[in-house]
Design a protein. Structure first.
Length: 106
């Protein structure tokens, strides 16, 4: 496989893992409602796949069905910028805690 192709595959794999971990974190901090589409208190494989597809579509800004390096990087930077409330380029425990608590509605 071409070197760029391997890098892109790795990036997409990482993105999928991040989305999966985000889903776990959301469920742990009260975000289960965002994944639990039918409101039955559980997250099915179909619901998880739907959330992954939604995240992919959000990241695929040119809507060509693949994530470019720039799309991937920009999506991750947007998350960092959202969490970095004081704009210093770093995410502190306090900033992360505040973001998680705000998702819980506290």
């Amino acid at each position: 496989m071409h070197k760029i192709g391997k890098a892109m595959l790795l990036s997409v794999t990482i993105a999928i893992c991040v989305v999966a971990l985000k889903g776990v974190a959301m469920a742990q901090v009260g975000g289960i409602r965002e994944l639990d589409q039918n409101g039955d208190g559980t997250i099915t494989k179909a619901e998880a796949q739907s959330a992954l597809e939604t995240q992919f579509q959000r990241m695929d800004t040119d809507h060509n069905g693949v994530l470019s390096k720039d799309e991937f990087v920009n999506a991750r930077l947007a998350v960092i910028e959202r969490l970095d409330t004081d704009g210093d380029g770093q995410i502190t425990r306090s900033e992360l805690r505040s973001a998680l608590m705000s998702r819980r509605g506290r």
